[in-house]
Ligand binder design. Structure first.
Ligand SMILES: Cc1ncc(COP(=O)(O)O)c(C=O)c1O
Length: 363
């Protein structure tokens, strides 16, 4: 396909690879967007043409996720990190208790921020496993009357993914930044789902929030208007100027996903990619992934080499072979391959071939 010659296999954790077709469409429409003689970046967010983009992107997302009518979709700024604060501000009073599950870096960031706004109880903490597993729900301590329970369905740094959806009587809140759209989800089990866009949705600059209608309209006094879900929902996420280009690109990604056959098809592909990589790691005797097998992420696969002094050569040789951005997060080192929707099976085949060859030469 055109563009293949210059494109590498990009294993970045986010901002991450986008589907080639989406990039090509954005390129083709850049100077003259749908006959306007302008790019989409140069038109008003309140123009009919852009409002149609906003409407269509939400409609496509609703189809992809089979979203029931009583869920609102917000396209917000500030990334998932802004939601770490906006969630307690909108869903809990200052005296409320909220339950959080700690499974690694991102859930701990969410917890740290929530502590500034309400009383946080740790329902479960994976620290004893070195954050390499998810504590089974039978061991959790839930707080009666908690305003919500928050968990991070996939820890992007640790590569730990929930193998189950928690069953709780309070609104369930999930940070799905690195797993949304990778497979179907039962939205009705959730009160709120949020995800920074720059992994499986589109370019950085957007955060998608999907929230059950009855949970909005209760923001505490002092909540910035821009972070008040009701105020944003009432204005179609356009209380102020939204990141129009990122939103447009997200819309192109949603249409691309629909053309692929939807999330059930993506799930099959994502499972196959992850299985291929974990098998290559486990069979190698040279690479190692520390995560308990039932909690291994389909999206982010961290791994170490038997000899850490070979890390630099591994990365340099991988880069030379067109396998980019395999360096692990700066907080943990080692390697990490992110396998979001836009990473084709070909990329994982190329990676595992390279890994086998590298291990044979250096093992
Ligand atoms: C699981 C998870 N939550 C939250 C964030 C923070 O997202 P943002 O940079 O959009 O604020 C990230 C970023 O990588 C993430 O992976």
């Amino acid at each position: 396909m055109e563009g293949d010659r210059v494109r590498v296999f990009n294993f970045a954790a986010g901002p991450a690879a986008l589907p080639l077709e989406v990039l090509q469409q954005a390129r083709d429409e850049l100077l003259d967007w749908r006959g306007s003689g302008m790019s989409v970046m140069e038109v008003s967010h309140r123009s009919k043409a852009f409002l149609a983009v906003a409407r269509q992107s939400e409609a496509d997302l609703r189809v992809l996720l089979s979203l029931p009518d009583h869920y609102r979709v917000l396209f917000l700024q500030g990334g998932a990190t802004a939601q770490f604060a906006a969630i307690p501000m909108n869903l809990a009073g200052a005296d409320s208790c909220v339950d959080y599950v700690s499974t690694g870096s991102w859930s701990n960031k969410a917890i740290g921020e929530a502590r500034r706004y309400c009383r946080v109880q740790l329902a479960a903490d994976a620290v004893d496993s070195g954050y390499h597993s998810v504590p089974p729900q039978s061991l959790w301590k839930l707080t009666d009357g908690a305003a919500y329970l928050h968990y991070t369905s996939n820890e992007t740094i640790g590569g730990v993914e929930f193998p189950f959806v928690p069953q709780v009587d309070v609104p369930l809140v999930a940070d799905m930044s690195s797993t949304i759209l990778s497979r179907p989800i039962e939205v009705e089990r959730f009160g709120l789902i949020y995800a920074g866009a720059q992994k499986n949705i589109g370019p950085a600059g957007l955060c998608v929030v999907i929230v059950r209608e009855d949970l909005i309209g209760h923001a505490r006094a002092g909540t910035p208007t821009l972070w008040d879900y009701k105020a944003m929902a009432d204005e179609g996420s356009m209380l102020n100027t939204p990141p129009t280009f990122a939103w447009y690109c997200a819309g192109l990604v949603f249409q691309w996903l629909r053309r692929q056959g939807g999330l059930a098809v993506m799930a099959q592909r994502n499972r196959a990619k992850a299985e291929l990589l974990y098998r290559a790691i486990d069979e190698s005797g040279f690479y190692r992934n520390p995560v308990e097998s039932s909690c291994r992420s389909w999206m982010n696969v961290p791994f170490t080499l038997a000899q850490p002094e070979l890390d630099r050569s591994f990365l340099a040789e991988a880069n030379a072979a067109g396998l980019a951005n395999l360096e692990g997060h700066r907080s943990v080192g080692g390697m990490r391959a992110s396998l979001y929707n836009a990473m084709a099976l070909d990329g994982v085949v190329a990676l595992t071939d390279f890994m086998r060859d590298f291990a044979r030469r250096h093992g």
